[in-house]
Design a protein around this ligand. Structure first.
Ligand code: NAP
Length: 305
């Protein structure tokens, strides 16, 4: 496969998209085009070409993808299923590599993959496999980075360490893989620099394996003098059962979707949240030490009030 030179990114104004865009620009390797919605008021650096498209129209997106070797989608979760339009357009525009907006859990894992919270993403995987089978010049890579690390701490999501009562899932000792947004950007660049080695497969990257208890211990260390109360325990098996009950009653709630997510991230090892293999070396990712993690906490440093 020829080297990838022209790269389009869709969803570049999002939390992840901004960092992936920066990494693409910083690599100095690609001509970068941002494809954004007409309704988007986001602005981008002068070094990138900006095209506007109607993301619900194959014709409009095909025109925007014209001349691109690769498309990276970092589109928000509400728009994930709509990526079928992007896939169809990429095929029509002779794009060679498509990276969908995955960027999370290992959906190749037999326990995590079928969880309903990943239904839209796995539907796009099927569309990509079908497209690649029909047109072998069209290829894809599925980036698995585990939990967003810096984002997950900033949002109080991986551990609500900014509150005084931490929520611990399954005792908080299960390890999960986590990656900062900048490292994910680096991984995307690595995939595009190694199209042959990353063709039509899941690609794994992580900065660190960590547990909620480890996060809590670091939060305590960087916030001496602050008091955390007794943690609130959650059982991810019970959360999963009750989420399926909601769905069986036709209640597709955000709470149910979060419950599936907590099962996938904080649940037992068979859900594959801790990656046992990675492509870090291929992608040029060196990973993080516990000292780096502590420094990350300090840079965020909003312990309990
Ligand atoms: N692993 C984790 O812990 C974790 C955490 C959060 C998110 N994620 C994943 O990372 C990916 C990106 O998420 P994000 O939170 O960075 O995305 P986001 O900020 O919610 O949205 C990214 C961009 O998508 C574009 N977009 C196009 N159509 C849209 C629509 N109908 N509704 C909303 N946005 C639309 C917008 O860009 P324009 O305005 O430029 O068109 C928007 O800025 C998703 O796949 C998400 O599931 C993973």
């Amino acid at each position: 496969m020829d080297a990838i030179k022209n790269v389009a990114i869709v969803g570049a104004s999002g939390d992840l998209g901004r960092r992936v865009l920066n990494a693409l620009i910083k690599s100095g390797t690609f001509n970068v085009t941002v494809v954004k919605r007409a309704s988007s008021s986001a602005s981008f650096p002068d070094s990138v070409v900006v095209r506007t498209a109607d993301l619900s129209s194959v014709e409009s997106v095909t025109a925007a993808f014209e001349g691109q070797d690769a498309v990276v989608s970092t589109i928000g979760i509400e728009a994930v299923l709509g990526q079928s339009v992007l896939v169809e357009a990429a095929v029509a525009a002779n794009v060679k590599r498509f990276l969908p907006s995955d960027f999370g859990c290992d959906m190749d894992n037999p326990k995590a993959g079928p969880l309903p919270v990943f239904g839209y993403k796995t539907a796009i995987h099927k569309a990509l496999r079908d497209a690649a089978a029909a047109k072998p010049d069209f290829t894809y890579s599925l980036v698995c980075n585990g939990a967003f690390l810096d984002w997950g701490l900033e949002k109080n999501f991986l551990l609500n360490w900014m509150d005084s009562k931490p929520k611990l899932y399954d005792g908080g000792n299960n390890l999960f893989s986590a990656t900062t947004l900048d490292t994910i950007g680096q991984a995307v660049v690595g995939v595009l620099k190694h199209p042959k080695e990353t063709k039509n497969r899941f690609v794994y990257v992580k900065d660190i394996d960590v547990s909620q208890i480890q996060l809590l211990n670091i939060a305590k260390k960087v916030n001496p003098g602050k008091t955390y109360e007794e943690p609130i325990p959650f059982d991810t098996a019970a959360l999963e059962t009750s989420a399926y009950e909601s769905l069986s009653k036709g209640q597709v709630t955000q709470e149910a979707m979060y419950s599936f997510l907590f099962r996938a991230i904080f649940g037992p090892p068979e859900y594959g949240a801790r990656f046992t293999k990675t492509d870090n070396e291929l992608l040029g990712v060196k990973g993080m030490t516990e000292a780096d993690l502590e420094a990350l906490f300090k840079s965020l440093n909003h312990g309990p009030k």
